[in-house]
Write a protein that binds this ligand. Sequence first.
Ligand code: TUI
Length: 314
Amino acid sequence: MIKTAISEMLGIQYPVLQGGMAWIADGKLAAAVSDGGGLGIIAAGNAPGDYVRNQIQIARRITNQAIGVNIMLLSPFAKEVAKVVIEEKVEVVTTGAGNPSKYMKDWLAAGIKVIPVVASVAMAKLMTRLGASALIAEGGESGGHVGELTTMVLVPQICDATTLPVIAAGGIADGRGVAAAFMLGAQGVQMGTRFLSARECTIHPTYKEKIIKATDLCTMVTGKRLGHPVRSLRTQFAREYSKAEYGGMPDEELEALAVGALRLAVLEGDDKKGCFLSGQIASMVKKEQPAAEIVKEVMEEAEPVLRGASQWVK
Ligand code: TUI
């Protein structure tokens, strides 16, 4: 049994968070992860407050365990979702793709545990000062919106910059990844891509199949030119976007090219125009299985790896 400051603080069995994947992480997936002993997180993505409220209520009907909501700070609805999480009394808020400073006081006053994703040491220091409960250090191996640094490089630097417990994310798919994250100083992990194959994850079957069939070099980053780098599967859409990006397509046209691409991947499994967000570990996702099994499996795998670590010291 692995207990850490993160599992204790969140009152969960395993220090495993499920990433807040836009369009994907709904109330059903979050509830299944929480019921499995981790922390399930509903993604607000670019959705309005009412969608998020509805998903929270769906999760509450399935599980009595704590749940979280991820607020994507680039969303035009971030402000209204920030209110919904207080009204619906969610236990945990995670944030991504920006600086949540202006919301922190209200969330903390409402008794919500606030866990921002930080992609730099400066942001880690600021969030620590503002009273965050923990930090997520998400490296660029992750899917979706990515920062500059890798998990290997980011996690120890964030751990050194804060007194708060740190959750590692990006590039973690199994017990070895969990053990490695702990060696770097993290006390919990967040996984996104690994949960794409969860039975309770209701993405289009084509999306699941693409993840399960993926190989090691199957992801790429696009969107750097517009300042929003995003990692996704190397599909026709990703290749064409990349070509346009480096071929000098005007900014507005480039932005238009990406509109609706996430939705097309998740809801329709559209091979040509869909953007299939994925982390670099897609090739390590082998089969569909219940979310609870994923949580238990990775943590049980981590135990012998961590026990065996002493073999290196003579
Ligand atoms: O947010 C994510 N991953 C995401 S968000 C998303 S949806 C999207 N829609 C439109 C454009 C871009 C994305 C898909 N995947 N991960 C957490 C994360 N946060 N990664 C990096 C950061 C981050 C970056 C900068 C956090 C803070 C930050 O601070 C900058 C600042 O404002 O100082």
